[in-house]
Write a protein that binds this ligand. Structure first.
Ligand SMILES: O=P(O)(O)OC[C@H]1O[C@H](O[C@H]2O[C@H](CO)[C@@H](O)[C@H](O)[C@H]2O)[C@H](O)[C@@H](O)[C@@H]1O
Length: 232
């Protein structure tokens, strides 16, 4: 990330130096953004205790993900009949993209005392994959878990779907939504984001996704979907 002119420019995370990546697996890609951004109402997202992080993210969100979507069979994904550990393609893929969940304790530990924002995918993460995209509804348990996440952390859903469609499924006003792969962003109307948004302005069409970044000090991405949650 180049901070030389005061605005964050995200470089290709995979090309970042090993020292910057630290000890994190390659699917958690940390980078810093300009400081002094998000200061949510009541300090949301900051100084959340380890117990609360585990309760909200692990017991709440991950458990909801595990029950909402059964794990896909490995051979459906890779077209193989053999066991995952015997499949070179699967092993190579796992080496390149290790499960963030295997390092979840490390993530929680390193999140201690930091401002945390949670970015979630919709299809296959908050809803099960189904044949008819119109029927990819979110369960009430998942909705409650996401609502709880948004109570403690700035939270956003990023989807390839239209923002309107995702909002129709999720029905939670306290989140940010980025639809059409991030080309259509709606920030929350709650007090959490008021200082970062123009009051009364609901949707910011074609707002660059990096406008989210001043809300937080540091971003650590990790890939997580219901397949992975099921392996916990
Ligand atoms: O970025 P996402 O939120 O993961 O959206 C990606 C695509 O999701 C939808 O398609 C996927 O889910 C459908 C419902 O479970 C499933 O039928 C389809 O096979 C999946 O590809 C959505 O329909 C697409 O428009 C999104 O781009």
């Amino acid at each position: 990330m180049d901070l030389s002119n005061g605005s964050p420019v995200i470089s290709d995370p995979m090309a970042m130096s090993q020292s910057l990546m630290g000890v994190l697996p390659s699917n958690m890609m940390p980078f810093s953004v300009r400081p002094g951004g998000y200061s949510g109402a009541g300090g949301a997202g900051v100084n959340v205790s380890r117990r609360k992080i585990e309760e909200v993210l692990v017991s709440g969100l991950l458990d909801a993900m595990k029950s909402s979507s059964p794990r896909k069979k490995h051979n459906v994904v890779f077209g193989q009949e053999n066991l995952p550990e015997e499949d070179p393609a699967y092993s190579a893929w796992m080496a390149k993209c290790p499960s963030a969940l295997a390092s979840f304790k490390q993530i929680v530990a390193s999140a201690q005392g930091k401002k945390i924002a949670v970015f979630l995918d919709y299809d296959g993460t908050l809803s099960p994959i189904v044949d008819d995209p119109e029927k990819a509804v979110m369960s009430p348990v998942m909705r409650a878990a996401v609502r709880n996440v948004a109570k403690y952390f700035p939270a956003a859903i990023v989807s390839g779907r239209s923002r309107k469609k995702v909002l129709e499924f999720v029905k939670l006003k306290e989140l940010c939504y980025a639809g059409s792969h991030g080309m259509d962003i709606m920030t929350s109307s709650s007090a959490h984001y008021e200082h970062n948004t123009e009051k009364g302005k609901e949707a910011n069409l074609f707002q660059p996704a990096r406008d989210f970044l001043p809300m937080i000090d540091e971003v650590r991405f990790f890939l997580l979907n219901s397949d992975e949650a099921d392996k916990l």
